[in-house]
Design a protein around this ligand. Structure first.
Ligand SMILES: NC(=O)c1ccc[n+]([C@@H]2O[C@H](COP(=O)([O-])OP(=O)(O)OC[C@H]3O[C@@H](n4cnc5c(N)ncnc54)[C@H](OP(=O)(O)O)[C@@H]3O)[C@@H](O)[C@H]2O)c1
Length: 283
């Protein structure tokens, strides 16, 4: 948790992701001291309202002129399309040394710097599983020093491990893989349930089996040191039922080809939205 040097943290945008991040910071005996956190959101999510009540957090609908005087780190978690509006008061209020951690999809380090001025900046891409501490984030920093990078990492870690890249162009592929990836797995679960229903199972049973199967396989991936390929091969007897299905899935135009096309489309879209801009970052 961000013990840092006692400086304050401002969270701008307390929706799904912002509230999940804040919950992780505040949790436990060694969590962030609530008086160090200020939440800025015109309409906080219900879970953010719960946190504000439970920890007696300071909160405001918008950033006032003196609210950011002694802030160490600002965390941006509004929607990317809300960034421009949010950036104007921030740029005015932030002291020169204050660092910014942004989780806004598709907003590059260059865009952050243009809007908020030259300062330590970290751009990160978490994913939705961060809400239950099972996500993974990828981060890139400008010339921000080690202390700021460590602080940003501590703020992201309650949501899951943090990987760093140095080439900002890779953030589009990251967005396409781990940022959007949970949705691909949810679709896999839907499709599996639909297939079970088509084979004659009652829909509720098919859905229950599909959900438990995806969750169980995910838990094995998380716990096992084996590669996904080894785990797959361990449950595939030659000539058996699994093999019959995998022959369909792994044939031409099958899942690997489909995934390649899908991730490529997401990567292209992320670049169109600005995620690939910025060239090489500092770290
Ligand atoms: N969800 C994910 O899986 C995921 C994964 C990776 C990255 N992200 C990034 O995380 C960010 C937040 O996503 P989310 O799903 O948490 O969105 P969200 O639930 O819509 O949360 C955004 C919050 O920001 C508030 N807001 C709007 N304008 C503001 C302003 N000027 N100042 C302060 N707060 C403002 C919104 O209030 P209103 O409701 O009134 O607009 C809302 O409460 C996005 O930038 C997204 O790209 C999300």
């Amino acid at each position: 948790m961000p013990d840092g040097n006692g400086e304050r943290i401002i969270l701008v945008g307390a929706g799904r992701m912002g509230a999940a991040l804040a919950a992780g910071w505040l949790k436990g005996a060694r969590g962030l001291s609530p008086d160090r956190l200020l939440i800025i959101d015109p309409d906080p999510s219900d879970s953010a309202k719960d946190l504000i009540r439970r920890y007696d957090l300071k909160s405001a609908p918008a950033l006032g002129p003196r609210m950011a005087a002694d802030v160490g780190m600002v965390v941006l978690a509004m929607k990317p399309q809300q960034f421009e509006v949010a950036a104007t008061p921030l740029a005015k209020a932030l002291p020169p040394g204050a660092a910014v951690l942004s989780i806004l999809a598709g907003v590059s380090l260059r865009q952050l710097q243009d809007a908020l001025g030259s300062r330590p900046l970290v751009r990160a891409m978490p994913n939705t599983a961060a809400a239950i501490g099972k996500g993974i984030s990828v981060a890139i920093a400008n010339e921000a020093g080690l202390t700021v990078r460590k602080q940003a990492e501590a703020l992201l870690k309650p949501g899951g491990p943090v990987e760093w890249v140095t080439d900002e162009r890779q953030m589009s592929a990251v967005t396409a893989l781990s940022g959007s990836g949970p949705a691909y797995v949810f679709l896999m679960c839907e499709a599996l349930a639909g297939a079970g229903f088509a084979e004659g199972l009652p829909r509720p049973l098919a859905e229950k089996l599909a959900r438990a199967t995806v969750a169980g396989a995910g838990a094995m991936l998380a716990e096992s040191k084996e590669t996904p390929q080894a785990l797959r091969m361990a449950v595939t007897s030659p000539g058996g039922t699994t093999q019959a299905a995998l022959d369909v899935m792994m044939g031409e135009g099958g899942l690997p080809d489909l995934m390649r096309h899908a991730v490529s489309a997401a990567e292209r879209r992320a670049r169109q939205l600005g995620g690939g801009s910025g060239g090489r970052g500092g770290r």
